[in-house]
Design a protein around this ligand. Structure first.
Ligand code: HDE
Length: 679
């Protein structure tokens, strides 16, 4: 007897290639191991079984120590404005040329199998396969970092990861060791403000900004250097979830961001970002009221405006997750001539770490030969051999200088990479610059630049996180730091934690510098009033009004949204006109957190039935609680009433299609006071 399923295979009738071992021997039977008799035992001789199982046993490679959970896509960068007076790098000077690239987004703290929506920084790593070699711009969705010196990175990461004795919490900053480290590391306070903002709970990876963080240098043909900061700006605007929504999404769809990116790209809605640069000279930098080499500081756009120079489009999902997304190896040290590093001590440490980590993760100094990592321009040198060498170099010369082989690669003094001839002076030592001492001014700048809604979210996030910290002294010390940033913020958090007295502020290492508020730091100010790239869910049941559903779906689609039908059964519902409309999601498995706005179209009986269904009540309660627009027909309205909700200006009659579509383009932050108590 053959194995189950075999007959079904045969019926499929396609002309499949032959199944072989890794040595090319064709298999006659992929269902059964080789047995000494019909009921066993299995023979050790079965090389086919052993090869298959051995390979399987070795399928996993070490996951990234940070940024393990990620999703990636192929695309291209197109330069729209040349930087030829600043740099020789062709990727930044050849207008209109499309440079292929691969971009990987990630969370930082969780393992590869963790969920997509924890409160966490998002990695934003771009590998550009330029004509002059690979350029990796390995950034985050936040323009600053927790620490100033790479030597603290292992401590930071050990503090944020699962606590070593208990193995939890996974993918969460809300625990003692993280806040213990932070409370003793005042330089992290600016980043903490960003981490506690809604930037760390994005709606979609297509709606985040990206930042290279560090200052880099551009170097022109004359050898002159200009500092540069890189920014990616999403075409769809910034959009975040609210915290309760992010928490529920973690259960409803652990792959929410990956699925969103996959669905957008495979349906032809290619996500797009603008590349912007902030350019400044050393002399300008000397006049900034902060040190630009300190990665806990940003350069406000009001001080150095952003110049848009190109765009990135992601238009192709990888063919294979492991071969591409998992094996891609980003290194900030992958640079091309015309771009150079700055002395930022965090960047300098990273230049070592990434190459080193690839050796341990991918296991070979030849990781650059993997298809996803290999440059798309010619590359050749005298490095040889090593684990898993894929190249077969010809000839007897594997050294330089040499005279024996005319085609042996040689250096090129003109076109080759030149490090900028910066002058360095001073005493060596394990030191930190005095100019890095101010830890609170930019934290304050960030907080005070936010809208009142965003400030309330930050205060509430701090209360949430610190409420998960068992050690009272840690909670107190954090509130003490907050007093340097903003007394009102400190009061709100102290109150939210139930403190009777506000703790003392720890001593500050530098006086506060006053800075002009920077609205560019908000999310709300950068949200776009649009349904492009968003999703509208329509909840239906048997008897729902076919015309109303059609009208709403059509209008939402023509405004750029995807529309998904939700019904108690995935097979769909029989509508008022007798037609059967299949559902995209079953109600119990498709809560409203999946959508940016919802419509509820129900007959009286359909509504009566769903009023006794918790999933339907939560569908409407959550859409309302997550500040979304709702369209309701009479049946929808009775479900809304059964959920105990009171309508506001974000609740529309299903008939008022245009108003609903307009309303669905944003969130109703004013509603929040009616649905939750914020700090
Ligand atoms: Fe990373 N970081 N990092 N990091 N980082 C890694 O490299 C490291 C930092 C960032 O999608 C690792 O390939 C040190 C800042 C991204 O594959 C590792 C320091 C920024 C990714 C590493 C930092 C980042 C990584 C782990 C302090 C924003 C994911 C796996 C000096 C500018 C890339 C790997 C991907 C990954 C080290 C700080 C961004 C261990 C030592 C600041 C987006 O090499």
């Amino acid at each position: 007897m053959r194995g189950t399923g075999d007959e079904l295979h045969q019926q499929a009738g396609n002309s499949h290639p032959q199944l072989t071992t890794n040595q090319g021997a064709v298999l006659s039977d992929n269902q059964n191991s080789l047995k000494a008799a019909v009921r066993g035992p299995v023979l050790l001789e079965d090389f086919i079984l052993r090869e298959k199982i051995t390979h399987f046993d070795h399928e996993r490679i070490p996951e990234r120590i940070v940024h393990a959970r990620g999703s990636a896509a192929h695309g291209y960068f197109e330069l729209t404005s040349s930087l030829s007076s600043y740099t020789t790098a062709k990727v930044l000077t050849e207008v209109g040329v499309r440079t292929p690239l691969f971009t990987r987004f990630s969370t930082v703290a969780g393992g590869a199998g963790s969920v997509d929506t924890p409160r966490d920084v998002r990695g934003f790593a771009v590998k550009l396969y330029t004509k002059e070699g690979n350029w990796d711009l390995v950034g985050n969705n936040i323009p600053v970092f927790f620490i100033q010196d790479a030597i603290k990175f292992p401590d930071l990461i050990h503090a944020v990861k699962m606590e070593p004795d208990r193995g939890f919490p996974q993918a969460a900053t809300a625990h003692d060791t993280f806040w213990d480290f932070i409370s003793l590391t005042p330089e992290s306070m600016h980043m903490i403000m960003w981490a506690m903002s809604d930037r760390t709970i994005p709606r979609s990876l297509r709606m985040i900004e990206g930042f290279g963080i560090h200052s880099f240098r551009l170097v022109n043909a004359k050898g002159n250097s200009t500092f540069v900061k890189f920014h990616w700006r999403p075409k769809l605007g910034l959009q975040s979830t609210v915290w309760d929504e992010a928490v529920k999404l973690a259960g409803a769809d652990p792959d929410f961001h990956r699925r969103d990116l996959f669905e957008a790209i495979t349906s032809g809605n290619f996500p797009e970002w603008e590349l912007g640069v902030q350019l400044f000279t050393e002399e300008q930098a000397d006049r900034f009221p902060f040190d630009h080499l300190d990665a806990t500081k940003l350069i406000p756009e009001e001080l150095v405006p952003l110049k848009i120079i190109g765009r990135m489009v992601l238009d192709r999902w990888p063919d294979n997750f492991f071969a591409e997304t998992e094996q891609v190896a980003f290194c900030p040290s992958h640079l091309v001539p015309g771009i150079d590093f700055s002395n930022d001590p965090l960047l300098q440490g990273r230049l070592f770490s990434y190459l080193d980590t690839q050796l341990s993760r991918l296991g070979s100094p030849n990781f650059h030969q993997l298809p996803i990592n290999a440059p798309k321009c010619p590359f050749a040198n005298q490095q040889r051999d090593g684990h898993m060498q894929h190249q077969v170099p010809k000839g007897r010369v594997a050294y330089e200088p040499s005279s024996l082989q005319g085609d042996s690669p040689r250096e090129d003094a003109r076109a080759g990479f030149h490090s900028f001839a910066a002058e360095e002076t001073g005493a060596r030592g394990r030191v930190r610059a005095e100019s890095f001492a101010d830890h609170y001014s930019q934290a304050r700048l960030f907080y005070t630049s936010q809208t009142a809604f965003e400030q309330a979210h930050m205060a509430s996030a701090l209360v949430f996180e610190l409420s998960k910290v068992d050690t009272l002294a840690i909670r107190e010390l954090i509130v003490g730091h907050l007093r340097h940033i903003d007394e009102d913020l400190a009061n709100r958090v102290a109150d939210g934690l139930g403190f009777e007295q506000k703790p003392e502020a720890p001593p500050a290492s530098a006086p506060l510098v006053k800075m002009k508020v920077s609205p560019a730091l908000q999310i709300i100010g950068k949200m776009k009033s649009t349904l492009e790239g968003r999703a509208v869910g329509i909840l239906i049941n048997d008897g729902s009004d076919a015309k109303a559903i059609n009208r709403l779906a059509k209008a939402a689609r023509s405004a750029g949204a995807t529309v998904k039908i939700v019904a108690p059964k995935v097979g769909g519902a029989t509508l008022s006109d007798g037609t059967k409309l299949p559902a995209d999601g079953q109600l119990a498995g498709t809560p409203s957190v999946n959508f940016d706005a919802v419509a509820i179209v129900l007959s009286a009986e359909g509504a009566a039935q769903l009023s006794g269904e918790a999933a339907a009540i939560q569908f409407v309660q959550d859409a309302f609680g997550h500040l979304k627009a709702l369209a309701l027909d009479d049946g929808g309205r009775s479900l809304f009433d059964a959920a105990g909700l009171k309508a506001d200006e974000g609740v529309f009659a299903a008939k008022a299609v245009d108003d609903f579509i307009e309303g669905a383009k944003g969130r109703y932050f004013e509603r929040e006071a009616a649905v939750r108590i914020l700090a």
